[in-house]
Design a protein around this ligand. Structure first.
Ligand code: SF4
Ligand code: SF4
Length: 201
């Protein structure tokens, strides 16, 4: 069996004749590759001196919008890594009107995500029926102690401030129900305040 030549070409031509080689041809080829590479635009990013330009919807870390969370436990049940920890207790809410029924509601005691286990699949965000979890593109939260990668509710709330605003609606698109409801409540509140102001004057 013939050994391959240093330039990785077969040492013989397809017809079986020895391939002619010139002294120093390997060196010339090597230099040509070096020159070609030197003149190409570099793709190396000098992180952390230069921060990468990430798409706004990058999966960096998960933020919790606690006010929307009803402690339904769906995210914790669906998480394939079981890295969402939720504790809660029940509270009785008195009846809104005399003769009405008391209600019970879940109150959140603990909400934590262990990012040392999380595989950033996004299932928890997808399944949350109340829009309480969001992706933030922030990714600089490396720790020297693995236990610090479990982010408790306060930390998860802080990440909410880094969640980018949703993209603008298409022209002529219908206003989303939640925004319409929030706008109506704000208008009602403003009208009630204005009325109260007039009554005081
Ligand atoms: S992104 Fe996936 S692995 Fe991470 S907490 Fe959510 S469901 Fe679990
Ligand atoms: S699925 Fe949403 S509402 Fe339900 S516990 Fe998880 S974050 Fe809270």
């Amino acid at each position: 069996m013939s050994r391959p030549s240093p330039d990785h070409r077969p040492s013989t031509t397809p017809s079986g004749r020895p391939r002619p080689s010139f002294p120093g041809s390997g060196l010339a080829k090597g230099l040509a590759v070096t020159l070609r590479t030197m003149t190409k635009k570099t793709v190396t990013e000098q992180y952390p001196d230069t921060l990468p330009e990430l798409p706004p919807r990058s999966r960096g870390v998960i933020g919790l919008f606690e006010e929307n969370c009803t402690v339904c436990m769906l995210c914790a049940r669906e998480c394939p890594d079981w890295c969402i920890y939720i504790d809660s207790h029940k509270e009785t809410v008195p009846a809104a009107a005399p003769g009405g029924r008391e209600r019970s509601r879940n109150v959140l005691d603990r909400f934590a995500i262990d990012f040392s286990l999380c595989m950033y699949c996004g299932i928890c965000i997808e399944v949350c029926p109340f829009d309480a979890l969001f992706w933030s593109p922030e990714f600089e939260y490396a720790e020297t102690d693995i236990r610090d990668l479990t982010h408790e509710r306060d930390k998860l709330r802080e990440w909410m401030w880094t969640v980018p605003a949703p993209p603008a609606l298409d022209p002529g698109a219908e206003e989303p129900k939640e925004i319409a409801a929030a706008r109506k409540s704000a208008e009602k509140l403003a009208a009630a305040r204005a009325e109260a102001g007039e009554a005081d004057a």
